[in-house]
Write a protein that binds this ligand. Structure first.
Ligand SMILES: Nc1ncnc2c1ncn2[C@@H]1O[C@H](COP(=O)(O)OP(=O)(O)OP(=O)(O)O)[C@@H](O)[C@H]1O
Ligand SMILES: [Mg+2]
Length: 252
């Protein structure tokens, strides 16, 4: 049964006279990997910024898990369960892989109150470490847990970034070009890790990605954007054959 976790309705975002997002409606089904493609400047990153609260839409509606989150600030959207990764990973380089995950969760801290409630705090630490190791295992990074993160390869840093994003218990992971600049072997490895995470944690992944040749086989549903509008959607192998899509890319 299809069950959209994210629903966008008639979203509009203009910059001056330019309608970067021009009436976008979309349903992202739960537990899928859904991809958004489109020529340069078609509005993909702007759409991600609307979903994650970086921009407020001029018009339209954003529903997450049945709740209207239109116009919510980024931290509130994050708290509700939408996490995001950026194109350039930014781990704390001097911290170990495990520490990088632990600093990302809502640690209540060791203030006066929590010192009094030490037992609760220790329980929290225990659960955080447990979750961190579960994620590291799914990402094939568990053997590197005590390495300082500057020693990781570019691909491993991207995976670490995913792990950090998911320490929050997010249900939707939004990614902007996760395999940009990564060699094909490693890119496939990253996609396999993402699929493992999706299936094991029951999360949904919505991503913008240019490298269709690599992404296609892992994708459940694809949307195509051109000039701020959705021009095609469906199974990825059908979408890339759509004459309108071919024209948008060739003419773009
Ligand atoms: N903050 C901004 N101020 C003004 N114009 C912007 C802003 N952000 C994006 N734009 C414009 O909106 C349009 C859509 O940009 P956007 O970055 O969303 O495209 P994109 O599909 O992500 O492109 P790319 O594939 O190159 O990453 C472009 O014409 C861009 O110049
Ligand atoms: Mg972009």
């Amino acid at each position: 049964m299809p069950n959209p976790i994210l629903r966008l309705r008639d979203l509009v975002k203009s910059f001056g006279g330019l309608r970067a997002v021009d009436g976008v409606s979309m349903d992202v089904q739960e537990r899928t990997l859904t991809i958004l493609i489109g020529p340069n400047g078609s509005g993909k990153t702007t759409l991600i910024n609307l979903i994650t609260g970086v921009y407020k839409p001029d018009q339209g509606k954003i529903m997450f898990d049945g709740k209207d989150i239109t116009g919510f600030p980024p931290h509130e959207i994050f708290r509700l369960g939408i996490a995001r990764t950026f194109q350039i990973p930014q781990p704390f380089r001097k911290l170990t892989v495990l520490e990088n995950l632990l600093v990302c969760c809502n640690n209540p801290g060791e203030g006066f109150i929590s010192a009094v409630r030490r037992r609760t705090w220790m329980k929290f630490e225990e659960e955080a470490v447990e979750r961190a190791f579960k994620l590291l295992k799914l990402l094939n990074l568990d053997h590197l847990w005590d390495q300082e993160s500057w020693k990781l390869s570019g691909g491993q840093m991207k995976l670490l970034e995913v792990g950090r994003a998911l320490m929050s218990d997010a249900r939707l992971l939004v990614m902007d070009e996760p395999v940009a600049g990564v060699n094909p072997t490693l890119a496939h490895e990253i996609f396999r890790s993402l699929i493992r995470l999706r299936d094991e944690l029951g999360i949904t992944i919505f991503m913008v990605e240019h490298r269709l040749d690599i992404a296609l086989q892992y994708t459940d549903e694809a949307y195509v954007m051109a000039s701020g509008r959705i021009i095609s959607k469906g199974r990825p192998e059908e979408v890339v054959m759509d004459p309108q899509v071919i024209e948008a890319y060739l003419g773009g």
